[in-house]
Design a protein around this ligand. Structure first.
Ligand SMILES: CC(C)=CCC/C(C)=C/CC/C(C)=C/CC/C(C)=C/[C@@H]1[C@@H](COP(=O)(O)OP(=O)(O)O)[C@]1(C)CC/C=C(\C)CC/C=C(\C)CCC=C(C)C
Length: 432
């Protein structure tokens, strides 16, 4: 089994959702650090006694079938070597660079603040709990707006969830989006490992209840209310570190680790919020494995869709040994010609991604009923990207596999129908 070294929350260990609130009131104060309209908040956390330590295990059978388990795997923590700071880098300038990205994001928050007439600079240290709650509400509203802007369909899906859950998912989404923007956004070329170290420091502060800005404050609140562990967040940052230093993957082992870091982690962050159906008989660990599988499946799909686009950035997220096995190399990818060898290779890759989707499906039906629809929607939409690659006769060099608006819309009621199906009844997990 693959120990990913991630702490999970047992969703059925006597946990009361919303158990922990902003313990006795929230104090927001102006940071006074010369950084402009940034919010420094102190969110006192209750001890999250509902969390327990467990290890995430990717299901052995599915990984074997997918060709991942060729040998006993090592721990999944990314080696710290990728965080090594390049010689000659100026710490402050890296900090400045990440701050610019943060500023860009924070500017949107400022705008929202201005519109509501609450200027963060004006926030006094002795704010009462009511005002703090208002600020927090504003922060969550902003998270929802960002989510709606970047991921419309998914945002729509969250609308079925309870208000507490939907805003928590938005807060997680926003943190993931900002993290991804660091290496994939407009300032990406200026991001250094040190900048990511700074981002990780901020993450630690969030989980310590000391958010840096409003969007962070929303996540800080979320992690007091739901048993969300910090490790998947750290691991996502590790994935971004990988993106800074690595543009080739020797084998699927390496690629799997990358996919875990940048996408599998999303599954692990989301399930504690989405919740597991009270009537589910599946083990928590198996459901987290399924969640992980969905992240991996989505990321593999993304990679297969974006082969040409990535190649133009000098990146090949395909296992080098598997390319070689099909008589292919980087050169073929840069030439970008669809040949029979390429088709055969792509068929194999698509098959593997589908294995992960099938594994993920087992977990979706175990989720709380209000959470199943958005997850089914995401799953179906991503699966359709694989169909679109096939429909393009595997030309992912010059064509972007695209799921049309009507097909997307048509999949929503299908997802809804599936979401109505309750978890399979009382059969023990092993018997299924
Ligand atoms: C319902 C649902 C989908 C919830 C997840 C909400 C959430 C917190 C999403 C964050 C996504 C994000 C911004 C991640 C940053 C890294 C990244 C960009 C990963 C790629 C996503 C695709 O994003 P996008 O389409 O914008 O990419 P491009 O811009 O096109 O390049 C990823 C491919 C990964 C996304 C991974 C998931 C959505 C995993 C979802 C898994 C679950 C919600 C677990 C479900 C539970 C079970 C039991 C199956």
């Amino acid at each position: 089994m693959q120990a990913l070294g991630v702490r999970a929350a047992s969703s059925r260990g006597g946990l009361a959702w919303g158990d922990s609130v902003l313990g006795g009131g929230t104090e927001f104060r102006s940071s006074g650090d010369g950084n402009g309209a940034l919010l420094a908040g102190k969110l006192r956390k209750k001890v999250r006694n509902a969390t327990c330590v467990t290890s995430y295990s990717a299901p052995r059978a599915v990984l074997k079938e997918a060709g991942v388990l060729t040998r006993e795997r090592d721990s999944f923590r990314t080696q710290s070597s990728v965080t090594t700071e390049p010689p000659g880098r100026n710490f402050l300038s890296a900090e400045q660079k990440v701050f610019e990205v943060v500023q860009k994001q924070a500017a949107m928050v400022d705008e929202q603040q201005r519109r509501s007439g609450i200027l963060l600079q004006d926030v006094r240290p002795d704010l009462n709990a009511g005002t703090a709650a208002e600020l927090l509400d504003e922060a969550y509203v902003r998270c929802g707006e960002v989510c709606a802007e970047y991921a419309k369909t998914f945002y729509l899906g969250t609308k079925l969830m309870t208000p507490e859950r939907q805003r928590a998912i938005w807060a997680i989404y926003v943190w993931c989006r900002r993290t991804d923007e660091l290496v994939d956004g407009p300032n990406a070329s200026r991001i250094t490992p040190t900048a990511l170290d700074r981002w990780e420091d901020r993450l630690e502060d969030i989980f310590r209840g000391q958010p840096y800005d409003m969007l962070d404050a929303a996540l800080a609140d979320t992690v007091t209310k739901f048993p969300v562990d910090i490790q998947p967040f750290r691991d996502m940052i590790d994935g971004m570190r990988m993106d800074l230093v690595k543009s080739r993957y020797a084998n699927f082992d390496e690629l799997y680790l990358y996919c875990y870091n940048v996408a599998g982690t999303v599954g692990l962050m989301s399930v504690p919020v989405m919740g597991i159906a009270p009537e589910s008989k599946a083990t928590t660990e198996s459901i987290y494995s399924n969640a992980l599988a969905l992240g991996i499946a989505n990321q593999l799909t993304n990679i297969l869709r974006d082969v040409g686009e990535d190649a133009r950035r000098g990146r090949v997220y395909l296992p080098q040994d598997e390319l070689a096995r099909f008589g292919l190399s980087d050169a073929d990818i840069f030439v970008g010609k669809v040949t029979d060898k390429w088709r055969a290779f792509m068929k194999d890759q698509i098959k593997r991604a589908r294995v992960f989707f099938v594994e993920a499906e087992k977990g979706v039906r175990e989720l709380d009923k209000d959470s199943r629809w958005p997850v089914w929607s995401a799953l179906i939409l991503y699966q359709q990207i694989l169909d679109a690659i096939e429909a393009n006769d595997y030309d992912n060099f010059t064509k972007r596999a695209y799921v049309g608006k009507w097909k997307k819309l048509a999949s929503l009621p299908i997802a809804y129908g599936r979401a109505l199906v309750p978890p399979p009844d009382a059969l023990p997990r092993l018997a299924r």
